[in-house]
Design a protein around this ligand. Structure first.
Ligand code: G1P
Length: 290
């Protein structure tokens, strides 16, 4: 397989789980400590050697692209004020990655969002990172998948074990473990009932795919919830071509879940040496009165 240099990040969803915060702000721009959610996702891609980012957007999401572009007016203000450190922070974000974007004009599902990126992917192997899923610790999440995709020359999905009462929120795989944490995928099903789930290995928003997925996305029929499901196209690809799954190591936060979003905020704030001490003091006081 050729090197994976592109990532498709679908960002056209409504973010209804995070209302009212997301009424006028894309969910991807909500801050976790001092950066928007989307910046963590892009930084994970960079650490895995990816420089080209394709956002699948809608009309209300331009601010996401702007975040990764220069803001000359702000830079001028910071320069004149002699705030060199702040100037560096805003410039670094603009220089992180190459940005491309395509509109998903109708919200027809995750599979449809990925299909919208077909022309920009241009026949190369590519990664997909779902913007709600934040991965931390150890080897960058998407990097773990790229390693297996390159060595096996096969598409790969990232999975994690979830409790049985959560399987209906995810795509679930049925696989044979061929090496520790590496599975050959036999089948997969989108958001099954607990009784129908073949395992509790859930797909967690990280994929490395070959461009033949687009042929399947073009012919797949609407599935769960009447949407064009990526999982349904992957299921066909797995049967025809073969597919691997990697049990991902590290921590995962679902940014669309308030408890996990807030935990992620505390986790990142605690990494900041200057803030850590003060924050722990405040939290201790606060917890006492609960
Ligand atoms: C999507 C996929 C699902 C996957 C999940 C991971 O679902 O359809 O297979 O497990 O992302 O976050 P969504 O969360 O968009 O409903």
């Amino acid at each position: 397989m050729k090197d994976v240099r592109k990532v498709v990040i679908p960002v056209a969803g409504w973010g209804t789980r995070s209302l009212p915060a997301t009424k006028n702000i894309p969910k991807e721009m909500l801050p976790i400590y001092n950066k928007p959610v989307i910046q963590y996702v892009v930084e994970e891609a960079i650490r895995a050697g990816i420089k080209d980012v394709i956002f699948v957007t809608n009309r209300d999401k331009a601010v996401i692209e702007d975040h990764f572009d220069y803001n000359l007016q702000l830079e001028g203000v910071l320069e004149r004020a002699g705030k060199e450190d702040k100037l560096k922070i805003v410039r670094d974000v603009a220089e992180m990655v190459n940005i491309m974007s395509v509109r998903q004009k109708k919200q027809l599902g995750l599979g449809h969002a990925i299909l919208c990126a077909k022309e920009l992917v241009h026949g190369d192997p590519f990664a997909i990172m779902v913007g709600d899923d934040l991965m931390f610790g150890g080897i960058p999440g998407i990097g773990q998948l790229i390693e297996v995709a390159m060595s096996e020359n096969m598409p790969v999905v990232g999975v994690m074990e979830v409790p049985w009462d959560k399987v209906s929120k995810y795509g679930i795989i049925d696989g044979e473990e061929v090496a520790p944490g590496v599975y050959r995928v036999r089948d997969m099903v989108e958001k099954p009932n607990r009784e129908d789930a073949p395992s509790r290995l859930a797909i967690v928003g990280r994929y490395v795919l070959t461009p033949d997925i687009f042929e399947y996305l073009e012919k797949v029929k609407p599935g769960k919830g009447g949407e064009i499901q990526l999982t349904d196209a992957l299921q066909m690809l797995a049967k025809d071509r073969g597919m691997m799954a990697v049990r991902m190591s590290g921590m995962r936060f679902d940014a669309g879940d308030w408890a996990e979003f807030l935990t992620a905020n505390v986790y990142f704030a605690l990494q900041d040496e200057e803030l850590r001490y003060e924050l722990l003091g405040l939290l201790k006081n606060f917890v006492q009165f609960q």
